[in-house]
Design a protein around this ligand. Sequence first.
Ligand code: ATP
Ligand code: MG
Length: 334
Amino acid sequence: FDLQNDDFTNLQELGQGNGGSVMKVQHVPTGTIMAKKIVLIDAKPAERKKILLELQIMHDCDSPYIISSYGAYLAEPNICICMEFMDKGSFDGIYKRIGAIEIKVVGKVAVAVLEGLRYLYDVHRIIHRDIKPSNILCNSSGDIKLCDFGVSGELVNSIANTFVGTSIYMSPERIQGATYSVKSDIWSLGITLIELTVGQFPFSGSFSDDEDSDLEPNGINGDGETTPSHRDSLQVPAPTDAASKRRSRRRSKGVSLHGGGMTMSIIELMHQIVNEPSPRLPSGKFGREAEEFINGCLEKDLDARRTPAQLFDYAWILYSRQNGVDMKAWAATF
Ligand code: ATP
Ligand code: MG
């Protein structure tokens, strides 16, 4: 593909993130439907060149668990990245539409993410760096694929948004400034899997640094009751129970990034991730194998946290590979 702006017709906006926006487009000369990510960058010519060069790695990826790329081009002051269009969207959108996702399907997501991470690392020596529901996509064939992986350090440096690289799925060691490792992606995977299973981001916003130290570490009610929520990547759903709402009114510290509504500041959330016990699946509801896997992902101690290779041997993964779920039929239900 020789990609240039004039050759595209915009069909629909698919979503917006911190880094830019994504459009469903048609590449007119070939008739191909694509997803086009438009990122506003602030970069000198040499840096732009480097970004395009680094993005080439995306083009070289060839795995059923990784979104394929048609290429990238500059359209000043933006950079446009054209990728495979996934017609069922991302898993954050899916669970917000249909509610908590059944555990067998979440098992399939876990397998796909592990496979995707293994491919990126073993073949390209890439660490994903941004595992979260919005970067795990689904199509009507029932395929599950990863997008937005860290191919271009130069691109991250050039994005004109301060919050790029800050994510609520960040591991405790990342928050504390440690260098990135594959195990940081595993933490993000654990958080993501709980979110999909219970239908809610597992940190509730009920953090406080004083009298509330007896709080449960996460926002999942014991009975598994969940509330769908709308948030962007720096916004956390408001606590759902009355008690934590009261607590959260008492909190006033930190920098609130979003005015209006009850949102937790990113500072408070980071504090909670580092200092509170890791979130867990509500016990006894989704099976011991799933709980064990997720606990292996969410060890705060890096040495105890499992590597992708170890996680492949977990009973839940072995079982999920052949659990009989027809993903194509599942994807046809929404
Ligand atoms: P952040 O910028 O914080 O990473 P994000 O992942 O939600 O958040 P984008 O990567 O800009 O932001 O994506 C915006 C939305 O576009 C996603 O939530 C997803 O639903 C949709 N999207 C992205 N890529 C594709 C694709 N290839 N096919 C279909 N939909 C896509
Ligand atoms: Mg994304």
